[in-house]
Design a protein around this ligand. Structure first.
Ligand SMILES: Cc1cc2nc3c(=O)[nH]c(=O)nc-3n(C[C@H](O)[C@H](O)[C@H](O)COP(=O)(O)OP(=O)(O)OC[C@H]3O[C@@H](n4cnc5c(N)ncnc54)[C@H](O)[C@@H]3O)c2cc1C
Length: 265
């Protein structure tokens, strides 16, 4: 990685000002992804000294600083309790421990990676993003925005309302990117279904979620229909990892399984 100017900032204000002043400036999280690029970086802003590496728990939520590593998230006791531990389990499937000690939640959210195994499980929780300048927004709204977002993510917060949840990553080997991934949750009778690595970025199957919410005790048949509806509702595609038709089969199968699991069927 070739860096022309390295800025070790000590305040968020300083980091934000540099980001606005230099159009080509890049914020440094764990640097695992940035390092894979071949283009020289004119201005690199290191966020390490800003104290964004803590996890705080309140009665209602868990607040995770943007510089918290994926490994610290995975092993946090409060996060292990969320949805029966499905988020910790999802994180544990990303490469090895040494890698997860480097990669941060900030870089994982702001990178908006289409293959992400982080965004899909987060989408089925109630997650808010906190920025230095922009107003707090939901993860789903952030992901639906196009174009560059020139702000600093300071933290994400996850609502702790008890829920049942499931995550499934489908990949050729444990070190590969997902062919597709699926997350499902049930919170106070409300369903959330997310599909990622479609191969495009993770999305919620909104219309199927709303339909399921209207059915008091969905039968196995209804949950199987939900799996089919998700395939019809969400755009799936082909890439070098899998053809669309294969992804359709996987999504139908794992959405149905996930829904049965959260309903205890
Ligand atoms: C070889 C490799 C394999 C991977 N495999 C997987 C996988 O299988 N599944 C998976 O889910 N993920 C995978 N990832 C992605 C990884 O989990 C991280 O999401 C990724 O490395 C980004 O995290 P980082 O801390 O390294 O971010 P960085 O590389 O530091 O930054 C990434 C981007 O986010 C921006 N950024 C960082 N922090 C902030 C902030 N606080 N505010 C605003 N912008 C910010 C940076 O400017 C940059 O644009 C892989 C990554 C690599 C390099």
């Amino acid at each position: 990685m070739h860096v022309e100017a390295y800025h070790k900032v000590s305040t968020l204000e300083e980091a934000y000002e540099l980001l606005q002043t230099h159009d080509s400036a890049v914020l440094l999280g764990g640097g695992a992804w940035i390092r894979t690029g071949s283009k020289p970086i004119e201005h690199l802003i290191d966020l390490k000294e800003l104290g964004l590496n803590t996890i705080t728990e309140t009665d209602q939520s868990i607040i995770i600083g943007a510089m918290v590593s994926l490994r610290d998230m995975e092993t946090h006791q409060g996060i292990k309790q969320l949805g029966g531990g499905f988020l910790s389990e999802a994180l544990s499937q990303i490469l090895g421990v040494a890698f997860r000690n480097t990669a941060t939640i900030g870089g994982s959210v702001m990178g908006k990676y289409s293959f992400s195994d982080v965004l899909t499980p987060l989408l089925v929780l109630d997650v808010s993003l906190h920025f230095y300048h922009a107003k707090t927004m939901s993860l789903a709204s952030f992901l639906s925005q196009r174009g560059r977002f020139r702000d600093i993510l300071t933290a994400i917060s996850i609502d702790k309302t008890p829920c049942k949840a499931m995550f499934k990553k489908v990949s050729n080997t444990t070190l590969d990117f997902s062919i597709v991934n699926v997350a499902v949750s049930l919170v106070k009778g409300r369903h959330k279904i997310a599909v990622g690595a479609r191969p495009s970025i993770a999305v919620l199957a909104e219309s199927v979620m709303r339909w399921l919410d209207t059915i008091e005790k969905p039968s196995e048949m209804i949950l199987e229909e939900a799996g089919e509806r998700v395939v019809a509702d969400i755009k799936l595609g082909s890439n070098q990892r899998a053809k669309e038709a294969y992804r359709q089969q996987l999504v139908k199968t794992y959405v149905t399984r996930g829904l049965k699991e959260v309903h205890g069927l």
